[in-house]
Design a protein around this ligand. Structure first.
Ligand code: BGC
Length: 506
């Protein structure tokens, strides 16, 4: 009965998820927040005893890779501006703030025998400031910035990384478990492993294709699960917090209804979603069988002695299954998929999938080449996850839009409204979403894109000494949504001192 209901709604809303005219409301216990990450906002890269991270090393060694040459050395300087950041959070009226702890700031060598009290002082101050104003901290333990010293030992492809991460997490839990109710172990394992180990898109840019992506995936998922079990055993009873993991889940549709495209997208979802979520959320645990079979067959053809995808033992499957109180979802866009026609490097994750991503050119384009507005994809993704994983508890831990500089960011405000409308529909259809998080509170260092792509509700003047923060139109719109708990289509703040440009500034 339930699935029939879904099919009907599903068809109706894919056409226009936000304009059926009905006013929907976010329930009172639904939480609104914003998100940042240490490397992208903190700056102070070598101040007060902080150790070097893989991003410090990568962008110092390769300044030519950053679009506008701006790296995380100073960034938005949140290290010195945290009070101002909390002022912005108060202005917005958010319930929670998702930020990450820089592992090398608190444990410069990566190991717990060497703790940096100055580093901890920064997070003590930030957390206390948040709590003082009733804003709940949500901490990400790992958002891409591994201590370089641990990378020198192999990083996430070294199975010892599992213990390194547990040791680090224990130190942080001991410090903050009594103050912090929401924990995210790792931000986007799939991006870390595929782009950082199987490619050069993210640090550490190892580019050992076809093998390291999967070694990294296994280790990082086990590291997550062990940290979940650590909290469960030693902290949960006393502090009653929740521990989850944030996955990058964009929606994918076939380029068109041709059978080959439909089959391609099904395979893509197994690699893109199933590989990372099945071990934790599926009934049987383990990696998806299609992924296992595909990689095993290809490995054999390529002359490998065994499959390039490592196996999970019975104990590991048990450890992983159910190791999350919530699924954090970083959702931005929808991709269109068709079978690959290009010559792809073999072996590689891309070659194993054998598909090609096409960017839907009918959708509005942001300032990032990969990001277009397709809010119906958020709805479809929620329904897909509900059916595949039996209504998991979710948090949207990132959703956002990039522009160039400028305060009149109508495209961001509009996109946010449309995605939130799609989310309201998904909730109405049974999705268990506890909260929504905008990426990002302020402009920051968008990895290799430097400050050329702006994601902030607040603009940062990177040229100014103080890294001045100024509210964009979207900050006012988000504040209003949080206040009213409804989405008003054409609402604009009165007496806004932002001059509207003649041309909408993307
Ligand atoms: C990452 C952020 C990044 C954002 C926009 C997310 O995948 O977690 O660090 O800035 O996407 O690209």
């Amino acid at each position: 009965m339930r699935s029939f209901f879904f099919i009907v709604i599903f068809c109706a809303v894919t056409i226009d998820a936000w304009s059926d005219g009905k006013q929907r409301r976010f329930k009172n216990d639904f939480k609104f927040g914003v998100s940042t990450a240490a490397y992208q906002v903190e700056g102070a890269w070598d101040i007060d005893g902080k150790g070097e991270s893989i991003w410090d090393r990568y962008l110092h060694n390769h300044p030519e890779l950053v679009t506008d040459g701006r790296n995380g050395d100073v960034a938005s300087d949140s290290y010195h501006n945290y009070k101002r950041d909390v002022e912005l959070l108060r202005e917005l009226g958010v319930d929670f703030y998702r930020f990450s702890i820089s592992w090398p700031r608190v444990l410069p060598s990566g190991f717990p025998h060497d703790q940096n009290e100055h580093g901890f002082q920064y997070y003590d101050n930030l957390i206390d400031e948040l709590l003082h104003y009733n804003i709940t901290p949500m901490i990400t333990l790992y958002h891409f910035d591994l201590p370089q010293k641990l990378q020198d030992l192999g990083g996430w492809v070294n199975p010892l990384s599992i213990d390194w991460f547990v040791d680090y997490a224990r130190v942080v839990f001991n410090k903050y478990a009594h103050k912090v109710p929401y924990w995210i172990t790792i931000n986007q394992p799939n991006a870390i492993c595929v782009f950082g180990y199987g490619d050069t898109i993210l640090a550490p840019a190892i580019n050992a294709k076809g093998v390291s992506e999967y070694e990294c995936t296994k280790n990082i998922l086990l590291a997550h699960a062990k940290v979940y079990r650590l909290y469960e055993k030693e902290f949960k009873k006393k502090f009653k917090g929740s521990v989850g993991i944030s996955m990058s889940i964009n929606w994918s549709d076939p380029l068109n209804n041709k059978t080959e495209n439909v089959q391609a997208v099904e395979k893509y979802r197994e690699f893109d979603i199933g590989l990372y979520l099945d071990p934790i959320w599926s009934k049987n645990g383990d990696f998806p069988s299609i992924v296992k079979k595909t990689i095993e067959k290809k490995s054999k053809q390529q002359g490998f002695y065994r499959s390039r995808l490592p196996t999970l033992s019975h104990e590991e499957i048990k450890l992983l299954k159910g190791s999350a109180d919530f699924l954090g979802i970083n959702h931005y866009t929808t991709f269109l998929i068709k079978p690959s026609t290009k010559n792809i490097h073999s072996p590689s994750y891309a070659d194993d999938m054998g598909v090609e991503i096409v960017f839907g050119d009918q959708w509005e384009q942001s300032a990032s080449y990969w990001l277009r507005s397709a809010p119906y994809g958020l709805y479809k993704m929620c329904i897909f996850l509900n059916l595949r994983y039996d209504y998991p508890t979710m948090f949207i831990t990132e959703n956002g839009w990039s522009t160039k500089t400028g305060l009149w960011d109508k495209s961001r405000a509009e996109t946010m409204r449309r995605y939130l409308n799609a989310l309201l529909l998904a909730i109405e259809d049974g999705t268990e979403v506890k909260g929504y998080t905008v990426w990002s509170l302020i402009d920051n260092i968008e990895w290799n894109a430097g400050s050329s792509e702006r994601f902030g509700l607040y603009e940062v003047d990177f040229e100014s000494e103080e890294k001045t923060r100024t509210a964009r139109l979207s900050a006012h719109v988000y504040k209003r949504i949080i206040q009213k708990r409804i989405i008003e289509e054409n609402w604009e703040p009165k007496n806004l001192k932002i001059s509207k440009p003649k041309r909408v500034d993307l």
